[in-house]
Design a protein around this ligand. Structure first.
Ligand code: F6R
Length: 605
């Protein structure tokens, strides 16, 4: 996620901004930049890579009392010097930093180019600098106010002009931004850690708020210019807690970031009430498709298992999902009309990359689903769909998984529309449900305390089993992986119907079994398997939809999920499993953000 830091005041802005950006490094970034007012002009320095590279390029710090800085996490355009923020207008007298996504940037860019604006980057952000230039008639505030209604999407912005060196203009919609209040100085940042130690008085901006920040005053209005009354937030956090947004660990923070990550990944992909990915330019590789291979590792592989069911059911294409480290050593009978989908949060996992290369050697087109713009997988694949989860810092993958699932649904519904394999009514209804999936995830997150109690109760166990059928089995596998990975409890997932073929022998008195029950057509079947484990003394916790409460009453406990459409259930049912794993780890004294024996992604062989 991008980081913004702005300063206007009595000190030299440059070290203050660099220090603020360094405190936002935990958010993850791939380039950094700064724009400052200097001798009647703006000076912009920006570099791909670590903050230190930008600092080296700056040389001796210029002295100025006004500047804005940025750490970029690429979403449009690879990480590069040119794509790094700040971005300027043609005259170089206006500079802007932005966090968020401008959905309609391509159309705006075309329009602005026809009007004579030259673009220097591939970013969505640059259009906003040019739009502000277009509307500038001596008032930066007015120009920004006129430009904002032209853009669709999410933004937190900070803008300065060489012609008005007494102010920073800022605005926010769907991306975080705060103002720090000082004495004769004021700060702007995307998160509280950036200004800790400089002030404890903060305004946390809400959507549709617009700020004019001066050295010793500030005004906050709505986008129409109406003053907004706000309360000062007194920050009492220490720097470590602040980085984690007040959460104990990054993992818990990222679990709670899932609704936002889902919203960001969905953004711009609904047209005429249906899922439409045409703008992503992926359609040509699916024209003659007869078979899809989905290949990935770990959690991403589990997202691929859901993807298999979804693509087969909605788009009626035959799909095979495999683990990359297995697939690469198989002697594949490549169907020339196949497409490979590789899923990788980091885009750097060695086995996944090897499979991608093998597919390309065999003339197979590859679509990458990844969270990291400019990663190896993104660069080498023929087409890319990005998940917009933001950097995933915790070792256990949570928000990346849910956004990978969402991409599987988006792709399934898009291909279903193009191929005519679902009725218009089904397409519209599912798109409508997907639009609200973030709210359902939010609803499940409110069950945190209850799930925590469950973890407290089972903290001492040796083994835990996860059961499910169909999509529930795919989610059960993810639940078992998460639990092993961070709480070091032996966990296994079984397809519920497979138990009787051997694994039932493992079920003993008091063994906890977490059963996922979200598929309307499989409730009875799964319940009959649950009876089998209960007969051997297992304690069964059902993670089931509200409307199955009665059908699941023989289970010892129930975690109730909202009544989601069965095909979309994995995005909701995985959440209690993530929370359960997190608290199991906490109660067992594991270091959640630094699990043993694991690196975030295996980039070397
Ligand atoms: C589990 C986890 C791993 C990754 C796997 C693939 O919580 O994080 O299983 O999912 O290492 O990594 P990517 O998606 O980066 O290829």
């Amino acid at each position: 996620m991008c980081g913004i830091m702005g300063y206007i005041g009595v000190s030299n802005a440059v070290p203050v901004i660099i220090d603020g950006l360094s405190r936002l490094e935990y958010r993850g970034y791939d380039s950094a930049g700064i724009a400052m007012y200097k001798d009647g002009n703006l000076k912009i320095i920006k570099k791909k890579g670590r903050l230190t590279e930008m600092v080296d390029a700056l040389g001796e710090f210029p002295v100025t009392d006004l500047g804005i800085g940025h750490t970029r996490w690429a979403t449009h355009g690879v990480p590069s010097d040119a794509n790094a923020h700040p971005h300027a207008d043609c005259s170089g007298r206006i500079a802007l930093v932005h966090n968020g996504i401008i959905e309609n940037y391509a159309a705006l860019r075309k329009e602005l180019m026809l009007e004579g604006h030259d673009f220097l980057s591939e970013t969505d952000t640059e259009v906003l600098a040019h739009l502000i230039e277009k509307y500038y008639q001596g008032s930066l505030e007015e120009a920004v106010r006129k430009a904002l209604p032209c853009i669709k999407g999410s933004f937190a912005i900070a803008v300065i002009s060489a012609d008005e060196p007494d102010r920073i203009i800022a605005a926010k919609k769907d991306s975080p931004l705060i103002v720090g209040l000082g004495e004769g100085e004021n700060f702007l940042a995307s998160d509280i850690p950036a200004i800790l130690g400089r002030t404890s008085k903060v305004y946390i901006l809400e959507d549709q708020e617009f700020v004019v920040l001066k050295r010793d005053s500030l005004t906050i209005t709505d986008f129409a210019g109406k003053p907004v009354a706000k309360e000062i937030f007194e920050v009492t956090w220490d720097p470590i807690a602040a980085e984690k947004g007040g959460y104990e660990h990054f993992m818990l923070k990222e679990i709670h970031e899932q609704p936002t990550a889902l919203r960001e990944t969905l953004r711009g992909n609904i047209k005429n009430n249906m899922i439409d990915l045409s703008d992503l330019g992926i359609d040509d590789i699916f024209v003659q498709v007869e078979k899809i291979y989905i290949v990935a590792c770990g959690t991403a592989y589990h997202a691929g298992l859901v993807g298999r069911n979804v693509l087969e059911k909605l788009a009626r294409i035959s799909v095979e999902t495999d683990i990359a480290s297995e697939f690469r050593y198989r002697d594949i009978l490549w169907n020339p009309h196949s497409v490979m989908i590789v899923i990788s949060q980091s885009g750097e996992t060695a086995d996944t990359l090897a499979v991608l290369r093998e597919a390309k050697r065999n003339g197979i087109k590859v679509l990458a689903v990844t969270n990291v713009v400019g990663s190896s997988v993104a660069r080498e694949a023929d087409r890319v769909i990005y998940t917009h989860a933001g950097p995933e810092i915790a070792v256990a993958s949570t928000k990346a998984y849910s956004t990978q699932l969402l991409v599987m649904y988006l792709l399934g519904l898009h291909l279903a529309r193009v191929r005519g394999t679902c009725s218009q009514q089904e397409l519209v209804e599912l798109a409508e449900e997907i639009t609200h999936i973030d709210e359902l995830v939010e609803q499940v997150l409110t069950e945190e305390d209850r799930i925590k109690k469950l973890a407290e109760k089972y903290q001492g166990v040796q083994d835990i089993f996860f059961l499910g059928r169909g999509l529930d089995y795919a989610v059960a596998m993810e639940g078992a992986l998460k639990l092993k990975e961070i709480s070091y409890v032996h966990a296994e997932a079984y397809a519920a119907g497979e138990l009787k073929h051997g694994p039932l022998a493992l079920i003993d008195e008091g063994v906890p079994v977490l059963a996922l029950i979200t598929q309307d057509n499989l409730v009875e079947k799964t319940m009959s398997n649950i009876k089998e484990v209960k007969a051997r003394g297992a304690v069964v916790v059902a993670i089931c939809k509200e409307n199955f409460q009665e059908a699941c009453q023989e289970c010892d406990e129930q975690i109730l999920l909202p009544n989601v459409n069965p095909i979309l259930a994995p995005m909701v049912s995985v959440v209690p499993l993530q929370i359960f794993s997190y608290y199991m780890a906490i109660f067992r004294g594991a270091d959640v953000d630094k699990p043993r024996n694991l690196a975030k992604s295996v980039t070397v062989e």
